[in-house]
Design a protein around this ligand. Sequence first.
Ligand SMILES: NC(=O)c1ccc[n+]([C@@H]2O[C@H](COP(=O)([O-])OP(=O)(O)OC[C@H]3O[C@@H](n4cnc5c(N)ncnc54)[C@H](O)[C@@H]3O)[C@@H](O)[C@H]2O)c1
Length: 308
Amino acid sequence: MELTGKRLLVTGGAGTIGSHLTERLLEDNEVLVADDLSNGRREWVPHRATFVECDLTNPEEVESVLTEEIDAVIHLAAAKLVDTDAPRRQFEDNTQMTYNLLERAREVGVDEFVFTSSSTVYGEAPSPTPEDYAPLEPISIYGAAKLADEHLLSVYAHSHGMTIWNFRFANIVGSRLRGAVVPDFIEKLRSDPEQLAILGDGHQEKSYMHIDECIDAMKHVIENTSEPMNTYNIGTRTTTSVTRIADIVSEEMGLDPDYEYTGGKRGWTGDIPRMRLSIEKLSALGFTPELSSDDAVRKAARELIEEI
Ligand SMILES: NC(=O)c1ccc[n+]([C@@H]2O[C@H](COP(=O)([O-])OP(=O)(O)OC[C@H]3O[C@@H](n4cnc5c(N)ncnc54)[C@H](O)[C@@H]3O)[C@@H](O)[C@H]2O)c1
């Protein structure tokens, strides 16, 4: 799909990735942002976008934003609660939103649909994990909901003629990120510059990608593929351990704190200690990220230190 001259519905467009993506899409398209502001911020929505505050778990509210006027849906809205705080809400809200949007898209004849899935659908898989890895056995409700969402996408791709882009993200970092390891360390070090509490044993090792490159990769795949279901991992080839992130954040803040580990190989229930996605499929399509995982963390740390 050419991402030019389109009328796009971006769900979750007031959130971290969605607000940056909206900014980029507005260069060549019109964008309608739908977000309930449960985790996003109104001031992050670019001025040139049209904004509607709505709850996408409600089919009537989905009807009001997804009309025949829309050319394509880019669905980022999600409750992002990887732990067990609110499992029912996590599962039901996320799958309901995706179902409501797909069903409404079918009703009004919108047949191009982009979805942001996650590395968590793979569960504890060997690295680097390719898109065709099986069995998919997620270990968190968040991952289970993403996998259920992907199965719904498959139905609309194969039985209702939609073109679907399904992106399985590694950890995406950059400005406006909240409630994740990099901003958490910054906040903790602001309140106690001498001591930093680290969840787990610090050896958790995952792949991080900067938001700007994530958006470049998404655009590249959307513009260069047209199968009914286009599933792509989006990440970097390298990884960064949690202790290394603590080092990078401390260096960037000019601090030298003592680390205190909570222990155990996971940061929380459902945490996957090691994650690195294979990006060979993305690479074969002509896109390779320039920043390593460490570079992406450092760039994000610099942006967030300015912002938080
Ligand atoms: N950030 C990452 O590392 C990462 C990794 C894998 C997948 N993802 C996926 O990418 C997408 C964007 O992630 P993000 O980091 O920008 O998260 P985010 O929380 O900043 O953005 C999600 C947005 O969805 C909105 N939302 C939640 N429930 C809603 C509802 N019922 N109705 C309308 N809007 C609702 C929130 O207000 C928020 O603005 C999500 O689907 C997330 O699961 C992100």
